[in-house]
Ligand binder design. Sequence first.
Ligand code: UDP
Ligand code: MG
Length: 311
Amino acid sequence: MEKLAVIVPCYNEEAVITESYRRTKAALSKVEYVTEIIYINDGSRDKTREMLNKIAAQDPSVKVIHFSRNFGHQPAVTAGVNNCDADCAIIIDADMQDPPELIPELVKTMVDQQANVVYCVRKSREGESSFKRFTARMFYRTINRMAEVSFPLDTGDFRLIDRAVMNEFNKLKERGKYIRGLISWLGFKQVPFYYHREARIAGETKYPFSKMLKFASNAIFYFSKKPLKLAITLGFLAFLVGIILGVWSTLGKMFGFSNATSGWTSILITIIFFGGVQLLTVGVLGQYIGILFDEVKERPEYIIESKKNFD
Ligand code: UDP
Ligand code: MG
């Protein structure tokens, strides 16, 4: 029989682990696969570690990976895929915002449509602030405009992927992984599955604004070279403005209609404007250099401290 794995990244999720395990197990009992759950404890500082170890001690179909510290959501999912030997896998959050009850339908969709990827599109989002919903909406539309490939809108990492996709994913060497984008980029047959994203069952979001910002900028800088083109556009614009100002002040001096000598306001504005343009473009360059710096170091994306039930 084929094997289905469920990959669940967990960071300080003591409030949801028990319920998450119960509901996922119940959903898995409805599919005709050998099943397993792979929990990745992303350096939690609460009871997540003990709770996962306890579940793994009682249930041999539960595998646990403990990171040596908090590496982040994307490295945690990556570790899950890297350590998965199943024929297909579902990536799902621990907080039940993506209901595990949908698992049988996802599997059915994959089989019926002979798809390699079934990605879950959020028709609605419950229990999230209007700020989160607004920024998420803007983010998916911006990245789509900027990236060289097109991504499905309002789609997170919640999805079903098969062995072929996992094998290709495991070959990707970049460290700053924007997983939902990379899986789209891989190609194969990908089909959507529409669902309502629910509210977190307990606990708080583990994605504060700073992590959201890092996530979004990673996605943009890894998938788009458009910010670099911004430098050329701004440079060209500045060049045009310079020529117009030059002609205007020369003619103004000759025919006496400009305030070229008395106008310190115009000088001040020009200096601030071009200073700003230069800093902005140097900043954009800096982002890419920073990424190159991180990538050439070739540090691993995550460090595994220990594993349970992996033999
Ligand atoms: N997560 C993680 N490491 C982190 C942050 C989050 O493994 O550094 C996990 C978290 O436990 C959850 C999933 O990633 O299972 C999504 O996080 P969360 O629900 O807090 O994000 P939100 O849904 O609010 O965007
Ligand atoms: Mg969540």
